[in-house]
Write a protein that binds this ligand. Structure first.
Ligand SMILES: CC(C)(COP(=O)(O)OP(=O)(O)OC[C@H]1O[C@@H](n2cnc3c(N)ncnc32)[C@H](O)[C@@H]1OP(=O)(O)O)[C@@H](O)C(=O)NCCC(=O)NCCS
Length: 183
Protein backbone atom coordinates (compact mmCIF):
# COMPACT_ATOMS: atom_id res chain seq x y z
CA UNK A 1 0.00 0.00 0.00
CA UNK A 2 1.20 3.45 -0.84
CA UNK A 3 1.21 5.09 2.58
CA UNK A 4 2.75 8.35 3.65
CA UNK A 5 4.53 8.15 7.00
CA UNK A 6 4.85 11.51 8.73
CA UNK A 7 5.02 13.01 12.23
CA UNK A 8 1.65 13.59 13.82
CA UNK A 9 0.18 17.03 14.51
CA UNK A 10 -2.55 18.06 16.93
CA UNK A 11 -5.00 17.98 14.00
CA UNK A 12 -4.48 14.21 13.83
CA UNK A 13 -5.21 13.42 17.49
CA UNK A 14 -8.89 12.63 17.11
CA UNK A 15 -8.44 10.27 14.17
CA UNK A 16 -5.38 8.67 15.79
CA UNK A 17 -7.50 7.93 18.86
CA UNK A 18 -10.03 6.12 16.63
CA UNK A 19 -7.24 4.15 14.98
CA UNK A 20 -5.73 3.05 18.31
CA UNK A 21 -9.16 2.17 19.68
CA UNK A 22 -9.99 0.16 16.60
CA UNK A 23 -6.72 -1.78 16.90
CA UNK A 24 -6.79 -2.42 20.65
CA UNK A 25 -10.43 -2.34 21.74
CA UNK A 26 -11.56 -5.47 23.55
CA UNK A 27 -14.96 -5.88 25.12
CA UNK A 28 -14.69 -5.49 28.89
CA UNK A 29 -11.20 -4.01 28.76
CA UNK A 30 -10.47 -1.31 31.31
CA UNK A 31 -12.29 1.82 30.19
CA UNK A 32 -9.80 4.17 31.82
CA UNK A 33 -6.45 2.44 31.30
CA UNK A 34 -6.10 1.49 27.68
CA UNK A 35 -3.77 2.29 24.81
CA UNK A 36 -5.71 5.28 23.47
CA UNK A 37 -5.83 7.03 26.84
CA UNK A 38 -2.19 6.12 27.40
CA UNK A 39 -1.32 8.06 24.24
CA UNK A 40 -3.41 11.02 25.46
CA UNK A 41 -1.59 10.96 28.80
CA UNK A 42 1.78 10.84 27.10
CA UNK A 43 0.88 13.77 24.84
CA UNK A 44 -0.22 15.75 27.89
CA UNK A 45 3.08 15.10 29.64
CA UNK A 46 6.61 16.35 29.19
CA UNK A 47 7.57 12.84 28.02
CA UNK A 48 5.93 13.25 24.63
CA UNK A 49 8.42 13.28 21.73
CA UNK A 50 6.63 14.71 18.72
CA UNK A 51 9.53 13.96 16.35
CA UNK A 52 9.02 10.26 16.82
CA UNK A 53 5.24 10.07 17.01
CA UNK A 54 4.30 9.00 13.52
CA UNK A 55 1.14 8.42 11.55
CA UNK A 56 0.50 6.39 8.41
CA UNK A 57 -1.71 8.21 5.96
CA UNK A 58 -3.47 6.44 3.11
CA UNK A 59 -5.48 8.47 0.61
CA UNK A 60 -5.68 11.37 3.07
CA UNK A 61 -6.92 9.17 5.91
CA UNK A 62 -4.89 8.18 8.97
CA UNK A 63 -4.77 4.41 9.21
CA UNK A 64 -1.85 3.77 11.56
CA UNK A 65 0.13 5.28 14.41
CA UNK A 66 3.33 4.62 16.34
CA UNK A 67 4.80 6.37 19.32
CA UNK A 68 8.11 6.11 21.17
CA UNK A 69 9.06 7.44 24.60
CA UNK A 70 12.29 7.52 26.53
CA UNK A 71 12.76 4.63 28.88
CA UNK A 72 15.26 3.74 31.58
CA UNK A 73 17.02 0.47 32.19
CA UNK A 74 18.10 0.39 35.82
CA UNK A 75 20.39 -1.88 37.78
CA UNK A 76 21.92 -1.45 41.22
CA UNK A 77 24.85 0.50 39.80
CA UNK A 78 23.56 2.40 36.80
CA UNK A 79 20.60 3.83 34.97
CA UNK A 80 20.71 3.74 31.18
CA UNK A 81 18.60 5.48 28.56
CA UNK A 82 16.71 3.58 25.94
CA UNK A 83 13.62 4.15 23.84
CA UNK A 84 10.31 2.34 24.33
CA UNK A 85 8.24 1.48 21.26
CA UNK A 86 4.60 1.56 22.45
CA UNK A 87 1.99 1.49 21.25
CA UNK A 88 1.85 0.77 17.53
CA UNK A 89 -1.58 0.47 15.95
CA UNK A 90 -3.06 -0.12 12.54
CA UNK A 91 -6.79 0.40 12.04
CA UNK A 92 -8.49 -3.01 11.99
CA UNK A 93 -9.69 -2.54 8.41
CA UNK A 94 -6.12 -1.97 7.21
CA UNK A 95 -4.16 -4.63 9.10
CA UNK A 96 -1.87 -7.18 7.43
CA UNK A 97 -1.23 -4.92 4.45
CA UNK A 98 2.29 -3.89 5.45
CA UNK A 99 1.40 -0.64 7.23
CA UNK A 100 2.64 -1.78 10.65
CA UNK A 101 5.92 -2.78 9.01
CA UNK A 102 6.26 0.67 7.44
CA UNK A 103 5.58 2.39 10.75
CA UNK A 104 8.05 0.26 12.71
CA UNK A 105 10.77 0.64 10.05
CA UNK A 106 10.25 4.40 9.82
CA UNK A 107 10.29 4.67 13.61
CA UNK A 108 13.57 2.78 13.80
CA UNK A 109 15.13 5.05 11.15
CA UNK A 110 13.86 8.19 12.88
CA UNK A 111 15.17 6.97 16.25
CA UNK A 112 18.62 6.42 14.73
CA UNK A 113 18.54 9.84 13.14
CA UNK A 114 17.68 11.42 16.49
CA UNK A 115 20.63 9.70 18.13
CA UNK A 116 18.87 7.09 20.26
CA UNK A 117 21.01 4.06 21.00
CA UNK A 118 18.50 1.22 21.47
CA UNK A 119 14.80 0.39 21.35
CA UNK A 120 12.87 -1.88 23.69
CA UNK A 121 9.42 -3.28 22.97
CA UNK A 122 6.96 -5.62 24.63
CA UNK A 123 5.01 -7.57 22.04
CA UNK A 124 4.49 -10.53 19.77
CA UNK A 125 7.74 -12.49 19.25
CA UNK A 126 6.98 -13.38 15.61
CA UNK A 127 6.29 -9.75 14.80
CA UNK A 128 9.27 -7.91 16.27
CA UNK A 129 11.95 -10.43 15.33
CA UNK A 130 11.16 -9.50 11.69
CA UNK A 131 12.76 -6.11 12.36
CA UNK A 132 15.89 -7.51 14.02
CA UNK A 133 14.68 -7.33 17.62
CA UNK A 134 16.05 -10.06 19.88
CA UNK A 135 14.93 -11.27 23.29
CA UNK A 136 15.87 -8.71 25.93
CA UNK A 137 16.50 -11.49 28.46
CA UNK A 138 19.63 -12.34 26.47
CA UNK A 139 21.09 -9.03 27.66
CA UNK A 140 19.74 -9.30 31.22
CA UNK A 141 17.13 -6.68 30.47
CA UNK A 142 13.68 -7.42 31.82
CA UNK A 143 10.48 -6.29 33.46
CA UNK A 144 11.83 -7.87 36.66
CA UNK A 145 15.29 -8.96 37.72
CA UNK A 146 14.40 -12.58 36.86
CA UNK A 147 15.10 -11.63 33.23
CA UNK A 148 12.85 -14.34 31.85
CA UNK A 149 10.37 -12.27 29.83
CA UNK A 150 9.30 -14.08 26.68
CA UNK A 151 7.73 -11.00 25.05
CA UNK A 152 10.29 -8.29 25.74
CA UNK A 153 12.64 -7.45 22.89
CA UNK A 154 15.53 -5.12 22.24
CA UNK A 155 17.17 -3.65 19.17
CA UNK A 156 20.61 -2.05 18.94
CA UNK A 157 20.66 1.25 17.09
CA UNK A 158 24.32 1.63 17.95
CA UNK A 159 26.36 -1.57 17.66
CA UNK A 160 26.76 -3.36 20.97
CA UNK A 161 24.53 -0.99 22.95
CA UNK A 162 22.31 -3.67 24.49
CA UNK A 163 25.35 -5.65 25.58
CA UNK A 164 26.53 -2.56 27.41
CA UNK A 165 23.33 -2.04 29.42
CA UNK A 166 21.37 -4.34 31.72
CA UNK A 167 18.66 -4.06 34.31
CA UNK A 168 14.96 -3.65 34.86
CA UNK A 169 13.02 -1.48 32.45
CA UNK A 170 11.16 1.61 33.55
CA UNK A 171 8.73 3.32 31.20
CA UNK A 172 8.04 7.04 31.57
CA UNK A 173 5.43 7.91 34.28
CA UNK A 174 2.29 7.99 32.04
CA UNK A 175 2.61 4.21 31.69
CA UNK A 176 1.93 3.61 35.41
CA UNK A 177 -1.18 3.99 37.55
CA UNK A 178 -1.24 5.62 40.97
CA UNK A 179 -0.17 2.35 42.57
CA UNK A 180 2.89 2.31 40.35
CA UNK A 181 1.61 -0.61 38.30
CA UNK A 182 2.30 -0.78 34.57
CA UNK A 183 -1.00 -0.28 32.79
C1 LIG B 1 0.42 -5.48 15.22
C2 LIG B 1 0.06 -4.48 14.13
C3 LIG B 1 0.58 -3.09 14.47
C4 LIG B 1 0.73 -4.98 12.84
O1 LIG B 1 0.40 -4.07 11.78
P1 LIG B 1 -0.03 -4.65 10.37
O2 LIG B 1 -0.09 -3.53 9.42
O3 LIG B 1 -1.26 -5.46 10.55
O4 LIG B 1 1.19 -5.62 10.07
P2 LIG B 1 1.97 -5.79 8.69
O5 LIG B 1 0.98 -5.96 7.58
O6 LIG B 1 2.97 -4.75 8.55
O7 LIG B 1 2.62 -7.17 9.02
C5 LIG B 1 3.97 -7.43 8.87
C6 LIG B 1 4.19 -8.88 9.11
O8 LIG B 1 3.84 -9.24 10.45
C7 LIG B 1 2.81 -10.23 10.47
N1 LIG B 1 1.91 -9.89 11.55
C8 LIG B 1 0.99 -8.89 11.57
N2 LIG B 1 0.36 -8.85 12.76
C9 LIG B 1 0.92 -9.82 13.52
C10 LIG B 1 0.70 -10.28 14.85
N3 LIG B 1 -0.24 -9.75 15.64
N4 LIG B 1 1.47 -11.30 15.30
C11 LIG B 1 2.41 -11.85 14.50
N5 LIG B 1 2.65 -11.47 13.23
C12 LIG B 1 1.92 -10.48 12.74
C13 LIG B 1 2.17 -10.16 9.10
O9 LIG B 1 1.60 -11.40 8.76
C14 LIG B 1 3.36 -9.79 8.22
O10 LIG B 1 4.15 -10.91 7.96
P3 LIG B 1 5.04 -11.01 6.61
O11 LIG B 1 6.02 -9.87 6.64
O12 LIG B 1 5.69 -12.34 6.75
O13 LIG B 1 4.05 -10.89 5.51
C15 LIG B 1 -1.47 -4.42 13.86
O14 LIG B 1 -1.93 -5.67 13.46
C16 LIG B 1 -2.27 -3.96 15.06
O15 LIG B 1 -2.55 -2.76 15.21
N6 LIG B 1 -2.69 -4.91 15.92
C17 LIG B 1 -3.49 -4.60 17.10
C18 LIG B 1 -2.71 -3.81 18.12
C19 LIG B 1 -1.41 -4.47 18.53
O16 LIG B 1 -1.40 -5.66 18.86
N7 LIG B 1 -0.32 -3.69 18.49
C20 LIG B 1 1.01 -4.18 18.79
C21 LIG B 1 1.24 -4.30 20.24
S1 LIG B 1 2.72 -5.22 20.48
Amino acid sequence: MNCLIRTETSLDYERVREVIKSAFYREGKDSEFNEWSLVDRIRDSKYYINDISLVAEFEGNIVGHILFTQMKVNNENNSYNSLALAPVSVHKDYQKKGIGKLLVRSGIEKAKELGYRSIIVMGHPEYYTKFGFTLASKYHIGTTSDFNDKCLFGLDLVDGELSRISGVIQYCPPFYNEEGELI
